[in-house]
Design a protein around this ligand. Structure first.
Ligand code: TXA
Ligand code: MG
Length: 321
């Protein structure tokens, strides 16, 4: 039996039945592919950690159908509600206070009193949420330490035998994970930059956004661990030339002369196009024999903030020596 199937209504129904039985289903979202499980079943959620090969229990994002379902699971401050209404469905994740009587498995929040919720915009994700009627825990559908999958074949390569089904919805439109905001307090705090730009959130709020990274103390989101998004090869950032033996991840033009392999994230210097291509390009360049990938400078504005965040994390890994 093929694990990768087209995301048609029949297969979405089949996927919903697998989820109801506690099995794992990979599905497309507008950001990256998710590895989904029933968020109310501790066993099903444990299966996610097992399949990803995660050694620690990180809290996972719970995907829901709409704001009403979200409010049934968690407490929304007026600010959280404003953010939800402005950006859902879409690639914004809100960390909010769990309800004491919510049906969520404690493992999905790693025992925290808060939960990360998002309403995805992708029609297949929405159809799966509707068909299953369940809140779905879904981290990115990659093995732990690998870059996030933006195509069904990435998921198959990483997790093929470990999931009941992979719904193929084509390449992810955005290619970067959702932006995560802690919305439990009076002012929201950016926990992870992502597909919704900081600028667009600030424009909606009419105020600047606090960043957790700039605050003292331990990171609130394990996704902030320096080496969370790492290809096997070393990344050399802000590269203006390509050294012998290096692969090249280019952006814009002109491009320094390079031996193969080389990929341009966006020859016309478009950050949206670059975001959509980023993880697939890292996977393609991260080949045996390539020790270092030279990465050209990428502007830090708009989606460039999240792109540079992922690249810095990729460059920070220490276990590739
Ligand atoms: O775009 C996305 O967000 C994708 C797609 C599949 O929706 N999902 C995704 O999930 O990236 P995941 O599990 O890989 O990322 C979850 C992030 C982690 O950094 C985790 O630490 C943070 O969300 N998180 C989850 N619950 C949290 C909580 N209660 N407090 C703080 N951070 C939390
Ligand atoms: Mg991930």
């Amino acid at each position: 039996m093929m694990t990768v199937v087209p995301a048609n209504p029949e297969m979405i129904e089949a996927a919903a039945r697998h989820l109801a039985l506690g099995r794992l289903v990979a599905f497309p979202t507008e950001t990256v592919y998710g590895l989904g499980a029933d968020a109310t079943s501790g066993r099903a959620v444990a299966g996610i950690f097992e399949a990803k090969g995660r050694s620690r229990f990180n809290p996972l994002i719970v995907h829901v159908a709409d704001v009403e379902e979200a409010r049934g699971l968690a407490l929304f401050t007026p600010l959280a509600l404003r953010l939800a209404k402005a950006f859902w469905p879409g690639p914004l994740t809100l960390v909010v206070q769990r309800r004491v009587d919510d049906p969520l498995a404690d493992l999905v929040t790693a025992g925290l009193g808060t939960v990360a919720l998002r309403v995805p915009a992708h029609p297949v994700a929405r159809a799966l949420l509707a068909a299953s009627g369940l809140p779905l825990a879904a981290p990115s559908a990659n093995r732990s330490g690998h870059v996030s999958p933006t195509r069904a074949e990435h998921v198959a390569a990483d997790l093929g035998s470990r999931v009941a089904l992979i719904l193929d919805g084509g390449p992810a439109a955005l290619g970067l994970e959702s932006t995560i905001l802690d919305a439990t307090g009076v002012r929201p705090v950016l926990l992870r930059s992502g597909a919704v730009t900081t600028e667009s959130i600030e424009a909606m709020l009419g105020a600047g956004l606090a960043r957790a990274a700039a605050m003292a103390g331990a990171p609130r989101s394990p996704g902030q661990l320096a080496s969370h998004y790492a290809p096997r090869a070393r990344l050399r950032l802000e590269a203006r030339e390509v050294r012998p033996g290096e692969a090249l991840l280019a952006f814009g033009t002109p491009v320094p002369p390079a031996a193969e392999p080389a990929i341009n994230l966006s020859a016309r210097g478009d950050l949206v196009e670059a975001a959509a291509n980023l993880f697939a390009a890292l996977r393609a360049l991260d080949q045996p024999g390539v020790e270092t990938i030279a990465v050209m400078p990428i502007p830090g504005t708009g989606l460039g903030e999240a792109i540079n965040d992922r690249l810095r994390r990729g460059a920070a890994r220490e276990d590739h020596l």
